[in-house]
Design a protein around this ligand. Structure first.
Ligand code: UD1
Ligand code: CA
Length: 451
């Protein structure tokens, strides 16, 4: 089957008004990836070599996202929303190029899995002209009903066009379909719009195939595979299903999570086997964690790389470009942005590290701030191997601190510090002996200046 060519037609010309959002519906994210991206990854995973995304009149942002995930994807425009068959025909020029299989999927059905689409393709490879994903929802209202006779799929009746008896059928059209690529155009071109909605229904391909003596089949799938998103509530429900899947995949791959239901993952989160994640950790997009690292509770990570055996948090914030080396430590209330902490470096408490390199084994004391921003531009800080930055220091970038140097606590460092030296940038301590007792005696005498 792998040698069979396959074109995916992704229908995404939905209005999305029920989302109450200015963002096109299919660009709403789950797992920090647009709905459309999930669908495109599934069709690619099912072996689609080409893909056409059918969009409405003005959805340039959708076109851009399609190209990001599936570079070969082309865009077809459906200027008027005249039905699902009409939408598929917007991809006519691709259909005419000739493929073994055509997959039709909806861009707002993001939980469809590659393996499910492969089962539809397999039905075509075995000789069916049309294969339809069927499922049995708790409430079938609104779905097309699958009408079968002796195990054959003879028609799909849309809810609005169905008789009472047909509405009693529980098996519904999930909306995913595969078609024999050599027969698809002939079937699609014969579809009319004599129905309740005056739309060109893709689902009519089933009855037309039967009339032409071709075979149509229903392939039963799980409800999640065909779960559509029309509202923010459904978006949240879909997110919950995705999160369960992502957590399960991480657990299966050997990640330890004591309370997985409290961990939020992104679709692209990469966790090595042997990673431990404590409760309440959020992974934004683009995070990779290497083996034996521990992410303690309440940490929030985005576009970060965490090396083997590193310890992060609790309450750590890793922002884009944070690269934490092997065995390095980022403690509570430490924020890291665009900075490399080399192997074994430590920032255990209350620090901001931005636009920097922190050399191997260097120690950043509590309260240290990398002052990277001068109000208009960002500047870099470079800290050498084994350097020690005392607590509550402000490192005013651009500035370099050499290997093995010491920075006295409370320093404001504005000039480069050579290797192995000590830098102090603070007011010298003054001690006035006896001052406090003099103050107390003056107060007792009714005066208030100790001098
Ligand atoms: C469709 C099916 C129905 C099935 C249900 C599953 C048809 C006729 N009906 O109904 O049998 O049970 O999905 O969810 O296919 N679209 C376009 N252009 C159009 C019309 C639709 O691109 O002109 C796209 C939409 O963006 C959406 C998809 O096609 O992604 C489905 O359209 P929708 O109107 O939601 O179809 P349903 O009435 O839900
Ligand atoms: Ca729908």
């Amino acid at each position: 089957m792998t040698e069979r060519t396959c074109l995916a037609v992704v229908l995404g010309a939905g209005e999305g008004t029920r989302m109450r959002s200015s963002l096109p519906k299919v660009l709403h994210p789950i797992g920090n990836e647009p709905l459309l991206a999930h669908v495109l990854r599934a069709v690619a995973g099912a072996g689609a070599s080409d893909c056409v995304v059918v969009v409405g009149p003005d959805h340039d942002a959708v076109a851009k996202e399609a190209g990001r995930i599936f570079p070969k994807a082309s865009i077809a425009r459906q200027m008027e929303r005249l039905g699902t068959a009409h939408a598929v025909l917007a991809a006519r020029s691709a259909l005419e190029r000739g493929f073994d299989d055509i997959l039709v999927v909806f861009a707002d059905t993001p939980l469809v899995r590659a393996q499910t689409l492969q089962r539809l393709r397999a039905a075509i490879a075995e000789g069916a002209a049309v294969a339809v994903a069927g499922f049995t929802p708790a409430d079938p209202t609104g779905y097309g009903r699958l009408i079968t006779e002796n195990g054959r799929l003879v028609a799909i009746r849309e809810h609005n066009d169905a008789s009472e008896a047909e509405r009693a059928i529980g098996l519904c059209n999930g909306g995913l379909m595969a078609l024999d690529g050599r027969k698809a155009l002939a079937l699609l071109d014969r579809i009319g719009n004599a129905n309740a909605k005056k739309e060109f229904y893709l689902t009519d391909a089933v009855a037309l195939a039967n009339e032409a003596g071709l075979r149509a089949v229903a392939v039963e799938v799980e409800e999640d595979d065909v779960r559509g998103v029309n509202t923010k509530t459904q978006l949240a429900e879909t997110e919950a299903v995705l999160q369960r899947r992502l957590r399960q995949a991480a657990l299966d791959a050997g990640v330890t999570m004591t309370a997985p239901e409290t961990v939020y993952l992104s679709a692209d989160t990469k966790l090595a086997s042997g990673v431990t994640i404590e409760p309440y950790v959020v992974f934004g997009p683009g995070v990779t964690v290497e083996a034996k690292a521990v992410i303690h509770s309440f940490s929030y990570l985005t576009e970060a790389h965490i090396g083997e055996g590193a310890l992060i948090g609790p309450f750590a914030r890793l922002r884009p470009g944070a690269r934490i080396g092997k065995g390095a430590k980022i403690g509570n209330f430490v924020e890291v942005k665009q900075a490399v902490l080399e192997d074994g470096a430590k920032a255990n408490h209350l620090a901001y590290i931005g636009d920097a390199r922190v050399g191997e084994g260097a120690n950043i004391g509590a309260g240290t701030i990398f002052c990277n921003y001068d109000g208009s531009a960002k500047h870099r800080t470079d800290i050498g191997k084994g350097a020690f930055v005392g607590s509550n220091s402000a490192l005013v970038a651009p500035v370099n601190i050499g290997d093995g140097a010491y920075i006295g606590s409370g320093s404001v460092i504005t000039e480069n510090v050579p290797a192995d030296s000590l830098a102090l940038g603070r007011v010298r301590q003054v001690v006035k002996e006896g001052w406090a007792s003099r103050l107390r005696s003056l107060k007792a005498a009714g005066k208030n200046e100790a001098g």
